[in-house]
Design a protein around this ligand. Structure first.
Ligand SMILES: [Zn+2]
Length: 176
């Protein structure tokens, strides 16, 4: 493919690391982001495969990290589930006002609700391929959300262990 500068060709490579803000949650994508870079002007085009799958896998990974969920993260997780506030509230057996309050408060969920939300989110996002350990959540001891935020969650493409009808047999997973 020729670059729009007309002086070079776009060369394809895979970035070893790429940090991406998914809108409320930052991930570090390992060996999966495709870069098309012009050999002449250095212009870059970045392609992230299956952003929706990445968002879902990252939300599930976040639900299993003990730092307390912030309001922004609750919103991110709700969007990963592709739910409106009212749908999310119904799924979590809460009022829409309650969810709205969570999302607008930096301190987020807190209390017993936080475990319930994490359980529900993982259950709703797990698709048989992406596993989670309910016991780990049940026995989780929450820690405060750190001042500077949590480290980007490292995500990789892995082979699916179950059959799919799709040509692409890879999916997103948190890096081991
Ligand atoms: Zn160029």
């Amino acid at each position: 493919m020729r670059c729009k500068c007309k002086n070079g060709l776009m060369e394809r490579s895979v970035k070893p690391e790429h940090v991406e803000d998914l809108g409320g949650l930052v991930v570090k994508v390992l060996n999966a982001v495709v870069v098309q870079r012009c050999s002449a002007c250095g212009d870059e085009m970045i392609g992230i495969p299956d952003v929706q799958g990445l968002t879902r896998a990252a939300a599930m990974a976040r639900a299993q990290i003990p730092e307390r969920l912030t309001g922004k993260e609750v919103r991110f997780i709700r969007r990963a589930l592709d739910m409106k506030q009212t749908d999310f509230a119904a799924a979590m057996d809460l009022s829409a006002e309650h969810v709205s309050r969570w999302e607008n408060d930096h301190n987020g969920v807190g209390g017993a609700s936080e475990k319930l939300v994490r359980h529900n989110v993982c259950a709703l996002l797990s698709d048989g391929a992406c596993e989670y350990d309910p016991k780990a959540i049940a026995s989780m001891v929450f820690v405060p959300f750190p001042e500077g935020g949590i480290a980007p969650i490292e995500m990789v493409r892995v082979r699916t262990t179950h059959r799919t009808n799709e040509e692409d047999d890879t999916m997103w997973s948190e890096a081991a």
